[in-house]
Write a protein that binds this ligand. Structure first.
Ligand code: MEV
Length: 416
C-alpha cells in the first residue's frame, strides 16, 4: 500500500500499524527497534544539552489520508493531546475529496538583524551601507562557505530606520535545507563591525529574526459539498470571521492550527519555539492579531487558505541525531526544508478544519470525553480492558479514576 489511505488504521494493533507503515514506505526491518523508549538515549541526550538526568518521550503517530500537491503523503505527528491526530486524518479525508492540499513554500530565506545605535545621520548611514552591499554580502558568504555548496548564501541587505538614532540592517540569506539560525547569526556577527563603522554608530545585537516573513508557506484547500454540506460550511466561515474580528478568538483558532503544525515540527526534530514565535508575530503584523488560516464559502466548496512563516531544516542538528526525527523524515519521504514546510502547513490547515467543523457542529467535548475516558481507563491500570472500561465510563458519563477502577474490577471478576 503506497498511498496514505489506510482505512481502519486506528483499529490495528501497534505491531500491525508498524508493519503497514514500514511496508508502505520500504523502511528497514529494525526501524522501530531504534525508536524503543523514544529513540534518544540518555547518553546521546547528555551530549546535546546541559544537566541531563533522563529523556522524556512523546507519542509519535502517523496521520493518514493526506494528499499534498497531488501526492499521497504520510504525516508523522508528535503530540500528547488526544484527538489531534485522528481529527487531522479525518479532515485530510474531507480535503482529499476535493483533490487535497495545494501548497507552496518560499525559498529558504532567513533574516539576521544587526542593530545599530547612536547613528548621527540615518540617511547618510543608509547610503554608505547600501553602497557597500556587494562587499558585505561577499564578506558574509566567506564566513559560511559550506552554504554555497548547497545552493544557498547571503542574498540581500535591507536597512530600516527605527528612530531615536537606532537603525537595523537585515541580512537575507538563503539557508537551503537548513533552518539556518547558526549560519545567519555567524554571518551577522562577521559583518556587523564594518556596518557599524559605515553608519558611524555603535554596534548592538546581531541575531536572526524569528519573524521569518521571507520564508512563508501557503496552503489552499477546497472541501467540496459532497464532504461538507452548505449549512456546516457556512457555520465554519462564520467561525473564521469570528477569529478575523476578535483577537481573543484568533488566539484559540491559531492554537488549533499549531496543534497540527507543531506536531510535525516536533516529529521532524525542528525548533517548534521558533515556528510558534514566527506564527504569532506574523499573525500580529496587521492592525490586530489575526488568524493565519481563513475560510470562505464558494459556490460548490468550502475553501481554506493559510499563510505563515515556516523556518525548518532537514539536514541540521537534532533532525540528524534523533532516530525519531530521522524516522519521521523517512516515513513522510521529505525532500527538503521547503517540502517539510508544506507538510507542516497542510497539517495545520487540517487541524484547523477539524476543530472548526467540530466547534461549529456538535462541539468538541463529546469526542474529547471519549478519548479522555480512554486515558482514565489506562490510568486505572486497565491494560487488556482499556476499550471496554472506557466504553462503560463514557456511556455512564462518570469519567473518574475511581469509577474506572470499579468497572475494571467487575470486568476482571466476570472473566475469572
Ligand atoms: C484545542 O487544542 C484546540 C481548539 O481550541 C482550537 C479551536 O478552538 O479552534 C479546539
Amino acid at each position: 500500500m503506497k498511498g496514505s489511505r489506510f482505512p481502519g488504521f486506528h483499529h490495528l494493533s501497534i505491531e500491525e500499524r508498524r508493519a503497514l507503515v514500514s511496508a508502505a514506505r520500504d523502511l528497514p526491518d529494525d526501524v522501530f527497534e531504534l525508536l524503543r523508549d523514544g529513540g534518544l538515549t540518555v547518553e546521546r541526550a547528555d551530549q546535546l544539552i546541559e544537566n541531563v538526568v533522563a529523556t522524556f518521550a512523546f507519542p509519535l503517530s502517523i496521520a493518514t489520508n493526506f494528499v499534498i500537491n497531488g501526492e499521497d503523503r504520510l504525516i508523522p505527528m508528535c503530540v500528547e493531546e488526544p484527538s489531534v491526530v485522528a481529527a487531522a486524518s479525518h479532515a485530510a479525508k474531507l480535503a482529499r475529496a476535493g483533490g487535497g492540499f495545494v501548497c507552496e513554500a518560499d525559498e529558504s530565506i532567513m533574516i539576521a538583524q544587526i542593530q545599530l545605535d547612536e547613528v548621527p545621520d540615518a540617511g547618510a548611514a543608509r547610503v554608505a551601507i547600501m553602497a557597500r552591499a556587494d562587499t558585505l554580502l561577499a564578506q558574509a558568504n566567506a564566513r559560511v562557505p559550506e552554504l554555497a555548496q548547497y545552493g544557498g548564501g547571503a542574498t540581500a541587505l535591507r536597512v530600516r530606520d527605527l528612530g531615536e538614532g537606532m537603525m537595523v540592517v537585515h541580512l537575507h540569506a538563503d539557508c537551503a535545507d537548513a533552518m539556518g539560525a547558526n549560519m545567519v547569526n555567524t554571518m551577522a556577527e562577521a559583518i556587523a563591525p564594518t556596518i557599524a563603522g559605515l553608519a558611524r554608530g555603535t554596534m548592538g545585537l546581531r541575531i536572526l529574526s524569528n519573524l521569518a516573513d521571507q520564508r512563508l508557506v501557503r496552503v489552499r484547500v477546497r472541501v467540496p459539498r459532497s464532504a461538507i454540506d452548505e449549512p456546516l460550511a457556512r457555520a465554519i466561515v462564520r467561525a473564521s470571521r469570528f477569529a478575523e474580528r476578535d483577537p481573543y478568538r484568533a488566539a484559540t483558532h491559531n492554537k488549533g492550527i499549531m496543534n497540527g503544525v507543531d506536531a510535525v515540527v516536533l516529529a521532524s526534530g525542528n525548533d517548534f519555539r521558533a515556528v510558534e514565535a514566527g506564527a504569532h508575530a506574523f499573525a500580529a503584523r496587521g492592525e490586530r492579531y489575526a488568524p493565519i488560516c481563513v475560510w470562505r464559502n464558494e459556490e460548490d466548496a468550502l475553501v481554506g487558505s493559510l499563510e505563515m512563516p515556516m523556518a525548518l531544516g532537514t539536514v541540521s542538528g537534532f533532525s540528524r541525531v534523533h532516530p525519531g526525527a530521522r524516522f519521521a523524515l523517512n516515513v513522510a519521504q521529505v525532500r527538503g526544508s521547503r517540502d517539510l514546510a508544506m507538510l507542516c502547513g497542510a497539517a495545520g490547515v487540517a487541524s484547523n478544519l477539524a476543530a472548526l467543523r467540530a466547534l461549529a457542529g456538535e462541539g468538541i467535548q463529546r469526542g474529547h470525553m471519549r478519548l479522555h475516558a480512554r486515558s482514565v481507563a489506562v490510568a486505572a491500570g486497565a491494560k487488556e480492558h482499556v476499550d471496554a472500561v472506557a466504553e462503560v465510563i463514557f456511556a455512564e458519563g462518570v469519567i473518574t479514576l475511581s469509577r474506572a477502577r470499579e468497572v475494571l474490577a467487575e470486568l476482571r471478576n466476570k472473566n475469572d
